[in-house]
Design a protein around this ligand. Structure first.
Ligand SMILES: Cc1cc2nc3c(=O)[nH]c(=O)nc-3n(C[C@H](O)[C@H](O)[C@H](O)COP(=O)(O)O)c2cc1C
Length: 228
């Protein structure tokens, strides 16, 4: 028997909604379980410091303390990448024709989540820590395993290709750059360290994160507390 179960927990300011099956496997023809979704704290606008200060202070920093980020920091960084910023549903980073070809994943000690902009939430994708594997798939850049959060930007080119044809590959990569720069500047504004990483085996990384075939990883942004 397939019974949908919904659990809502308030943990501090964090609302946790878990929806899933109760009991055994679903019967044939029944829909799969809804993945667990964790709503993130509301993003803060503005944070302290000016844009100019963040641009000047941003540096690629690979010496990281293996200390976790707060849920608010994780939420703020994901919002900077792809958060909804107006009532029409437009996002923090520009998108060619508002086709929104990016899917963003957050990799932490707690597992892997897919960012859901419309809910400002993380959908649980994998329950275990994949950071060390991602360091390996990034041609053994072992410092990556120390980052509290790895923001993985993936692309679904078909969304943009439908409208822009041959120009889509370039447009999509430009958009990755917009989103990544937002994350790097947001990390700097939060006093965190980050470095853009493109040196990785994309197939191995996609396999390590068990990504859907159409989500192609392009950029990896490790973020953490700088070692002092
Ligand atoms: C497309 C791209 C790919 C990069 N890939 C890596 C990488 O795989 N590993 C790494 O440690 N840094 C990587 N970087 C960071 C650069 O090394 C860094 O930006 C550069 O040294 C300039 O330093 P700054 O970021 O502090 O200004 C990459 C930067 C870009 C733009």
């Amino acid at each position: 028997m397939w019974v949908r179960r919904t659990v809502v927990l308030m943990v501090g300011t964090v609302l946790v909604v878990a929806c899933g099956p109760q009991g055994d496997e679903p019967e044939a023809g029944e829909p799969p379980a809804t993945p667990a979704v964790r709503v993130l704290p509301e993003p803060a606008t503005p944070t302290t410091g000016s844009l100019e200060e963040a641009i000047e202070a941003r540096r690629s920093i690979r010496d990281l303390e293996p200390r976790a980020l707060t849920e608010a920091q994780v939420g703020q960084l994901l919002w900077a990448a792809q958060g909804i910023t107006d009532d029409a549903g437009r996002r923090a980073a520009p998108s060619a024709g508002a086709t929104y070809p990016l899917e963003v994943y957050a990799v932490t000690a707690d597992g892997v989540g897919r960012y859901v902009p419309s809910a400002h939430a993380l959908e649980v994708h994998l329950p275990d820590d994949r950071r060390a594997v991602l360091a390996d798939t990034s041609f053994d850049q072992e410092w990556i395993a120390d980052a509290a959060l790895l923001v993985v930007i993936t692309t679904v080119e078909a969304r943009t290709e439908q409208r822009y044809g041959d120009r889509a590959p370039a447009y999509v990569l430009i958009e990755v750059g917009h989103a990544a720069q937002n994350v790097l500047l947001q990390a700097t504004a939060l006093g965190l360290a980050s470095t853009p990483v493109a040196a990785f085996d994309a197939d191995a990384l996609a396999s390590a994160l068990d990504l859907p075939d159409e989500h192609v990883p392009v950029y990896l942004l490790p973020v953490g507390h700088p070692s002092t």
